[in-house]
Ligand binder design. Structure first.
Ligand code: HEM
Length: 130
């Protein structure tokens, strides 16, 4: 369960980027950034960095380093609600599985996440065994 939640966070983060203001002139891999400029740090892209995550486009609940994702950002503005978000996800999944045996996605009505900030599927059709 723990790895499934972390892999889900890595694979499709609800927040795709975090904005930062440069506190000084700097250069990153040949790109000059002036003091005061806004930098959009692409969290979703970092989560699929092939230098860090093997086969990054693969959703793998057994991935041992899934928790290295940046979906809650990093540094002093690290998401204050990260432990609550993780707990809520666990409680929701455990409750759904307890009450809806065989819970699965409806293959007839697929859905995909969309949006940039607060990325999510607009609908999620599921079915389960009565
Ligand atoms: C899966 C769910 C969530 C995701 C992916 C998420 C993601 C993020 C990210 C990426 C940031 C950093 C933004 C930045 O640095 O510019 C952030 C900040 C923050 N989040 Fe979340 N968040 C989630 C759930 C929650 C929940 C449940 C709460 C509170 C109940 C919460 C409260 C906050 C607060 C207060 C900040 C600002 C922290 C600061 O600026 O010091 N988040 N979140």
């Amino acid at each position: 369960m723990h790895r499934a939640i972390e892999e889900t966070l890595r694979w499709e983060p609800a927040v795709q980027s975090a904005a930062r203001h440069a506190t000084r002139d700097t250069e990153i891999r040949g790109v000059r950034i002036a003091k005061g400029e806004v930098v959009h740090c692409m969290l979703g892209a970092a989560n699929r960095d092939p230098a860090h995550f093997e086969a990054p486009n693969l959703f793998d609940v057994r991935r041992s380093n899934a928790g290295d994702h940046l979906s809650f950002a990093v540094g002093r503005h690290f998401c204050l609600g990260a432990p609550l978000a993780r707990l809520e996800t666990r409680v929701v999944l455990e409750t759904l599985w307890a009450h809806c045996p065989g819970l699965r996605l409806d293959p007839e009505r697929p859905s995909a996440p969309c949006g940039y900030e607060f990325r999510k599927p607009n609908t999620l059709w599921v079915e389960w065994d009565a």
